[in-house]
Structures are given as structure tokens and as C-alpha cells.
Design a protein around this ligand. Structure first.
Ligand code: PLP
Ligand code: SF4
Length: 444
């Protein structure tokens, strides 16, 4: 191993050892100290040395993606924490105050807890089953990441707020659950980043799924940011070869290994290491699909998306989702109104060839499902958003267009009102999403 592929994390405790920190102003350092106590902060040597442009601080997108900045907290929260900088972080009063702020930042959006399945009365906390075909699994060893994104909505999982942790210890329960659910075709391993788990831990979850009992499971999906934050995971890490072998085994068993890669900016696709890692994954027979939220200060321009999608296609990856940033954490810093999001999507989409137009968006993962904005238009003299479900708790509602009153400022589904003076959206009628749906179409 060389210096560059030996993983080294930088957190509040040691980031000042970085020579690049000399480029920061005292205000920027203070912001890291303050905001980093509320939102999780972790960078690593690859992010610091190969992705961040230290001549472009603080506006460099990769810096903003991983280093806390002042505006990520409201002025009142910022000042509260600033006054607490001298306190012992193990002090109960300190912890309580910090947790109070964290709870105000809505750490559990889109009813994630409501989608935790049960089996013989027990809640299966490491799983989420919201859409009939796909079960999400959060391996307990994968509840961290190789670096932390400042926009992340999963941060309660890493910041010691343990009652919000979805992680499940036993692979056994996952397998028992899936054995019964014959309509499930996809298991999506997520986190945190499931690829922070060892190849051995991942094998214990995945290999049993390759047997005859699980013939209904067709696709093993892995949602990960390791390609952008630590491509050496696939190249030189101690168990990189074992991980690659595991991917090969999935394909040899006649199933798909679908790798859902999180890339937020074209810069993440530019290094030699990421290109080699992508190639290595593809050589196992796996396909890589890509996704990212749309984020102010990181990628809120159509040219950035077009460049990102083109680069992905060049590297043999399939553009998959553009998400609207969730209503949590530092959302106020990153948010882009839906109207603007649609405009960026459309301009980027129309500037690439059909090969890259596999991407869907902008999509909100909201309580009822994944809702995309398919257009802004005028109907019956009213300006409206045209929306539809890409995914829904009730699969019968997928793909049906519906309309919301146009609102240039709205940033999330819950701020939208039905168009044409109606009192409810179509899916709110007749309990189309409620308990009965689960019994009818999800859990049988
Ligand atoms: C997005 C998502 C999935 C997967 O949806 P696909 O459209 O199949 O990629 C599954 N579960 C949840 C909760 C999701 O948000
Ligand atoms: S990689 Fe994903 S889970 Fe990890 S910090 Fe970033 S957004 Fe959050």
C-alpha cells in the first residue's frame, strides 16, 4: 500500500492536522467547529487530496459536500452551539442541547419508521418494506460512510442517536422475512454505506440469497457512495478481492448485481482510481446505475448534470435518478425549488443523447411514494405542476398523472396544493395509501 490508498479519516478531532487547513479563514474554521457538532463531519485522504480543489474554498463543490459551512445551520442554532464550544462533549447538559437541535432538523423524514415491517409481531428494525417488489436492508456493519455528505438525511444513524438506528444484527431475520415474501424481487442493501462493511459480513447476508429457496429474489442491489469517496474499496483494500468475488458469485448464480452509485458532481468521476474501480465492478458482470439529489451550491446547473450523465455513459454507467433534496438536516442550505428543479432537469435531459435519457426526475421520495415532476403547464387557465408516481405504496397508482397548483417557491410535496380548487390529491381519497393497502397488495 502507498500513502494514497491507506484510508485515513478526518473528523473534528484531527482535521487540523491537514496542511490544507491553512487555506481556511478563522470564520471557516469556526464554522467547522460549530456545525460539525450538530451534523456529522468526516472526510478522508482521498476526498481531501484528490477531489477538493483547495484553491476554490469555500465554494468548491466537493468541499461544500463534505466540510461543514456556517450557513448549514440557522443563525439561532449556530449561536447556541457557538456558546457551547468550551463545554465537555460528554456532559449530559451538552448532549441534551445538541440532540434538541438535531431533533428540530427533522432527522426521520418521509415516515421511514412507518415502513418497518413486522414478523410474528416483532418489528424488524434493520429493514424497510415500502414498495412491494423491493426490500431495503440496513446491515448493522454498514451504518457509516467513508466520508459524510453535509446534505445527508441519514445522519441520525451516524451521530449516536441510537433509537433512530434502523440497523439489524441478524441476517437470519432478513432471510426469514424474504423467504415468505414471494413478491419481493429486489433486496437493496443500503446504509450509511453498506460497503463500509467487510466482504465477509456482506457475504453472510448475500450468499444465502443465491440459493434455490430464494429463487424469487432476482436482483441484489447495493446503494453506495464508495466509488466517489473511497474507490480503493474495490482496488487495494484488504478484502477488495473478496468483495469483487462476491459480486461475481451473484452473477454466476444467475442474478443481477445492480450497483446504485451515488455521484453528486462530475469531479467524482474524474480520478484514475474511480475509473479503475468502475471497470473492476463491471468486469464482474454487475451493472452500475447512478443517482444524486439536486443540491444548491453543488450541482444546481443543467451543464453540471449533462456533464455528469455524459461522463457516466462514457464509463458504461446508467443514469438512473435525480432526486429532490429531502426535508431534513441542512436542507435550507441546499434546497432548490421544485419549479427550478424541473427546469434544470429538462435543460440537462434535452442536451444529452437518448442513451443518457434513462434518468428519471426530479423525484421526491415522499411519504406516499416517489413523485416526479413531469412538467409545468397551463390547464383550464391555471398554471400547474404535472406529477406522477414512479413508486407508490399502492402499486396501482404508479404512472397516473395528477396536478398541483403551481407554486414557484415550493420545495417539497407537502407544500403543494391540488390544482383546480380540489380539496385533496387523488391518492388521498378513499384511503388509497393506508393500512388496507398494506394488507391487500404488500404483505400477502
Ligand atoms: C427508491 C426506493 C426503492 C427502490 O425504488 P426503485 O424505483 O425500484 O429504484 C425502494 N424502497 C424505497 C423506500 C425507496 O425509496
Ligand atoms: S454517502 Fe449517503 S449515507 Fe453516507 S453521508 Fe453521504 S448521503 Fe449520507
Amino acid at each position: 500500500m502507498t500513502q494514497e490508498n491507506r484510508y485515513r479519516a478526518y473528523t473534528l478531532r484531527n482535521y487540523k492536522e491537514l496542511p490544507q487547513i491553512k487555506n481556511l479563514s478563522p470564520e471557516e474554521i469556526e464554522a467547522i467547529e460549530v456545525v460539525g457538532r450538530v451534523l456529522p463531519f468526516k472526510a478522508n485522504n482521498y476526498v481531501v487530496n484528490e477531489l477538493i480543489d483547495w484553491n476554490n474554498i469555500p465554494d468548491d463543490p466537493m468541499f461544500t459536500l463534505t466540510f461543514p459551512r456556517k450557513e448549514m445551520l440557522s443563525p439561532s442554532h449556530y449561536n447556541q452551539v457557538l456558546k457551547m464550544l468550551d463545554m465537555d462533549t460528554r456532559d449530559d447538559v451538552y448532549k441534551e442541547k445538541i440532540n434538541k437541535i438535531r431533533l428540530k432538523l427533522n432527522p426521520n423524514p418521509a415516515g421511514q419508521k412507518q415502513n418497518v415491517p413486522t414478523m410474528t409481531g416483532d418489528k424488524l428494525h434493520g429493514m424497510q418494506h415500502k414498495y412491494r417488489e423491493t426490500v431495503l436492508f440496513f446491515p448493522s456493519q454498514g451504518q457509516t460512510c467513508h466520508a459524510y455528505c453535509t446534505f445527508c438525511f441519514r445522519w441520525p444513524q451516524f451521530s449516536g442517536m441510537s433509537d433512530l438506528k434502523f440497523a439489524m444484527k441478524e441476517a437470519d431475520l432478513l432471510h426469514k422475512y424474504l423467504k415468505r415474501k414471494k413478491k419481493v424481487t429486489d433486496v437493496l442493501f443500503t446504509g450509511g454505506d453498506p460497503l463500509t462493511a467487510s466482504a465477509k459480513a456482506l457475504s453472510s447476508y448475500i450468499e444465502p440469497l443465491l440459493t434455490e429457496e430464494f429463487a424469487h429474489i432476482r436482483t441484489i442491489r447495493i446503494g453506495s457512495k464508495a466509488l466517489s469517496y473511497w474507490p480503493y474499496r474495490f482496488l487495494t483494500d484488504k478484502d477488495a478481492d473478496n468483495l469483487i468475488e462476491l459480486f461475481e458469485k451473484v452473477n454466476k448464480a444467475g442474478k443481477n448485481l445492480a450497483y446504485q452509485a451515488h455521484f453528486n458532481h462530475p469531479k467524482e468521476l474524474s480520478t484514475k482510481a474511480v475509473k479503475l474501480a468502475i471497470e473492476r465492478i463491471q468486469n464482474t458482470g454487475a451493472q452500475i446505475r447512478t443517482q444524486s439529489p439536486l443540491l444548491r451550491k453543488i450541482n444546481n446547473h443543467p451543464d453540471i448534470w449533462a456533464e455528469m450523465w455524459k461522463k457516466q455513459v462514457d464509463l458504461g454507467c446508467i443514469p438512473y435518478y435525480m432526486f429532490v433534496a429531502r426535508d431534513t438536516g441542512s436542507k435550507a442550505f441546499f434546497e432548490v425549488p421544485l419549479d427550478k428543479a424541473w427546469d434544470i432537469f429538462r435543460k440537462a435531459y434535452s442536451s444529452v443523447s437518448g442513451i443518457a435519457r434513462t434518468v428519471r426526475g426530479p423525484s421526491m421520495s415522499a411519504f406516499p411514494g416517489k413523485v416526479i415532476i413531469t412538467g409545468v403547464t397551463e390547464m383550464k387557465g391555471e398554471k400547474v405542476f404535472v406529477l406522477k408516481f414512479l413508486q407508490c405504496r399502492n402499486p396501482k397508482l404508479v404512472g397516473i398523472p395528477f396536478f398541483a397548483k403551481h407554486d414557484p417557491k415550493a420545495t417539497w410535496l407537502d407544500q403543494l396544493k391540488p390544482a383546480f380548487g380540489e380539496s385533496e390529491f387523488f391518492y388521498e381519497k378513499e384511503n388509497l395509501l393506508g393500512k388496507k393497502v398494506e394488507e391487500d397488495v404488500l404483505w400477502e
